[in-house]
Design a protein around this ligand. Structure first.
Ligand code: AMP
Length: 406
């Protein structure tokens, strides 16, 4: 007897693609979500371009594609997967602007809109569009859908999404808060509502803490506010991103250090956050180790990270009509038990009671709650599964049967 999955377990799989500027992540997911094949094409365009493919048996295979770009990488990936007869392709697309509040079937109009919206996501949307076109070129009849990172947050009310700046900038130039990590916030809040014993409508604060970090207030399945804004720089302190700073920082740095806008943008996106404060790394594991060894800047980086996250979550609770609980996810949220406890300690006026023993067990992919019975709100760790959510939304957008086929 073996419980290894067989090719026949991959019933009507959906291929989920996340095409970045120099990488493509992929996952082939069976309709019942019990089986998946995953992989990554990286260093695209460089001599070191390669595909790391994990097959059904969990064995990793490396395929070198020197100089290979998206089209070649996708040709190879689709070649590796075509034996499994996938029924649809779903693409993660970063920015859907005001135009898209749900996943969409790919049409020439939708593709043109994704390209047009590059003004809001210059690095991401063009790469996402390339992925759609590459699949179309190889399989012209394959049904494809796009799932936007911003779509889940389109339910935010104007009071949350408008900036207090002149109206014309919104009316004529779409300057507003959009929010990101939408598929993750949607997945974990949905899952929390399934797992809780509480009945009625649920109000969750979801904390996606990874290299990028964002929090959202989700009530009855709808995002009411989130920490990221026009771009994924606003909000929480992150791995290399600053999160909120005084908007006058730009002019101050220009006047005093003669820094250009590009230099300031690079500094705030790539040299700040945990990395900027610790001076060591953007990797929380390394910073935790350094802090344990007495490195004072590493200690401050962790304290600031937790303080900013706790302060933001407390502020976002204002958006919720009722407050059921907090859900942690992302690499840090799913693994760093001490960081979770510190963030909750910042929220000291909320009647939160942490079960520390349970909290310590919720690492490495474990899912569960860690609040005491007398806690005012629930506390959950839910490993995010953006690929699964994209597969689900893709099937729904394409009208493919989503009932359990097991
Ligand atoms: P993500 O972007 O979701 O992959 O998350 C990446 C972040 O999660 C990095 O800062 C990692 O250091 C952090 N991370 C992953 N595993 C752990 C762990 N066991 N303890 C603390 N942080 C972790």
């Amino acid at each position: 007897m073996t419980d290894r999955p067989a090719a026949s377990d991959l019933i009507d799989p959906t291929l989920v693609l996340n095409c970045g500027s120099s990488s493509i992540k992929y996952a082939l997911i069976s309709a019942d979500n019990r089986t998946r094949i995953t992989g990554l094409a990286e260093n695209l365009g460089l001599d070191t371009a390669r595909i790391k493919h994990k097959n059904l048996e969990g064995e990793t295979q490396e395929i070198s594609i020197p100089g290979g770009q998206h089209q070649l990488a996708l040709q190879k990936i689709l070649g590796l997967l075509e034996q499994y007869r996938f029924v649809a392709v779903g693409h993660r697309v970063v920015h859907g602007g005001r135009e898209f509040s749900a996943a969409e079937r790919v049409t020439p109009h939708v593709l043109a809109e994704i390209k047009r919206l590059k003004i809001l996501a210059p690095l991401h949307n063009p790469a996402n569009a390339l992925g759609v076109e590459a699949v179309e070129a190889i399989y012209p009849d394959m049904p494809q859908a796009v799932v936007f990172d911003t779509a889940f947050h389109q339910s935010m009310p104007p009071v949350a999404y408008r900036y207090p700046i002149p109206k014309a900038l919104y009316d004529e130039h779409r300057i507003r808060r959009y929010g990101f990590h939408g598929t993750s916030h949607a997945y974990v809040s949905d899952r929390a509502s399934t797992l809780t014993d509480k009945t009625g409508k649920h109000g969750w604060l979801t904390a996606h803490l990874g290299n990028g970090c964002s929090a959202a207030a989700v009530y009855d399945g709808e995002s009411l506010d989130t920490s990221m804004g026009l771009t994924p720089l606003e909000g929480l302190m992150m791995g290399t991103r600053s999160g909120d700073v005084d908007p006058s920082l730009h002019i101050h740095l220009k006047r005093t250090l003669n820094m250009s806008l590009e230099e300031i943008n690079d500094m705030l996106n790539n040299q700040s956050g945990l990395f900027g404060i610790s001076g060591l790394s953007n990797d929380m594991r390394m910073i935790e180790q350094a802090a344990a060894d007495g490195h004072s800047d590493a200690k401050l980086a962790i304290e600031m990270f937790c303080y900013h996250a706790g302060k933001y979550l407390a502020a976002l609770s204002c958006a919720l009509p009722t407050f059921t609980g907090i859900v942690f996810t992302g690499g840090i949220g799913e693994n760093a038990a001490d960081t979770r406890a510190r963030i909750l300690a910042v929220m000291r006026h909320f009647g939160i009671k942490v079960d520390n023993d349970k909290n310590d067990t919720l690492i490495r992919g474990a899912e569960g709650s860690f609040h005491n019975a007398d806690s005012a709100i629930e506390l959950w760790v839910i490993p995010t599964d953006e690929e699964y959510r994209i597969a689900q939304e893709t099937r729904a957008a394409l009208g493919i049967d989503t009932t359990d086929k097991a």
